[in-house]
Design a protein around this ligand. Structure first.
Ligand SMILES: Nc1nc2c(ncn2[C@@H]2O[C@H](COP(=O)(O)OP(=O)(O)O)[C@@H](O)[C@H]2O)c(=O)[nH]1
Ligand SMILES: [Mg+2]
Length: 222
């Protein structure tokens, strides 16, 4: 396995303020949930490296958090322009947080993204399902419409977050990966990835200039 050379992948989480973006990042990278987590953290990225033995690859997810600018919808385009993975997050108990993705966040990134990022639509705060305002079916239907991986998550109970990144990693390494019908990578996938997968063009040249993956200074979510 190519552990020495993990592939850096820029990931950004977008969505309304308060939906749980920072909490998801905190659970994924540090296994921590702080119920009083302030919405503001430093605008750096934090990294987590995951092995995908079936593809003989290791990915280093460089996950960028906002510093609360999403409240004013004043995120610099540079923040998501070169993202390879974009995760749209809504709060299942707040209808507006879902419509805001349709009406604003998706359009904004669709118009400005340099690459064709892999998308996910995340229905967070699944632990509060009794108060849900957006049905699972509605979320899934929209995810299908924008060709995004759909995932229920709870940053509180750490539900669905590892699965989300696992599916995103598989899709990154194998564009044909179908998260609804997951199959182990076959020989063809692996050979395809030996040629370079998504990061290389058919001649094996780097397709996308990736940022250097220095570890962000942020240790916890808060
Ligand atoms: N019950 C519940 N609360 C959550 C969950 N995720 C985040 N929160 C809470 O929602 C609030 C906003 O979370 P935060 O991560 O700061 O949202 P952000 O503004 O999108 O980064 C905080 O009080 C979190 O503790 C979750 O899955 N379940
Ligand atoms: Mg935040």
């Amino acid at each position: 396995m190519d552990d020495e050379n993990p592939i850096p992948v820029k990931v950004v989480l977008l969505g309304e303020s308060g939906v749980g973006k920072t909490s998801i990042i905190s659970q994924f990278t540090a296994n921590k949930f702080n119920p009083r987590c302030p919405t503001s953290v430093s605008a750096q990225f934090i990294s987590k490296t995951i092995k995908f033995p079936q593809y003989n690859k290791t990915l280093k997810f460089d996950i960028w958090d906002t510093v609360g600018q999403e409240k004013y919808r004043s995120l610099a385009k540079i923040f998501y322009k070169d993202a390879l993975i974009i995760i749209f997050v809504y709060d299942i108990t707040i209808e507006f947080s879902f419509t805001a993705i349709k009406d604003f966040w998706y359009k904004e990134t669709f118009e400005n993204a340099d690459n064709e990022p892999i998308l996910a639509l995340v229905a967070n705060k699944y632990d509060l399902y009794k108060d849900e305002q957006i049905s699972n079916d509605k979320g899934k239907a929209y995810a299908d419409e924008i060709n995004a991986i759909f995932q229920n998550t709870s940053a509180l109970s750490n539900y669905g977050i590892d699965k989300l990144f696992e599916n995103l990693g598989k899709k990154f390494l194998n564009p044909d990966f179908d998260y609804k019908n997951p199959q182990e990578a076959n020989e063809a996938d692996i050979n395809n990835n030996k040629k370079g997968g998504k990061n290389k063009d058919k001649n094996g040249k780097e397709k996308i200039k990736l940022k250097d993956g220095k570890k962000g200074g942020k240790k916890n979510c808060c």
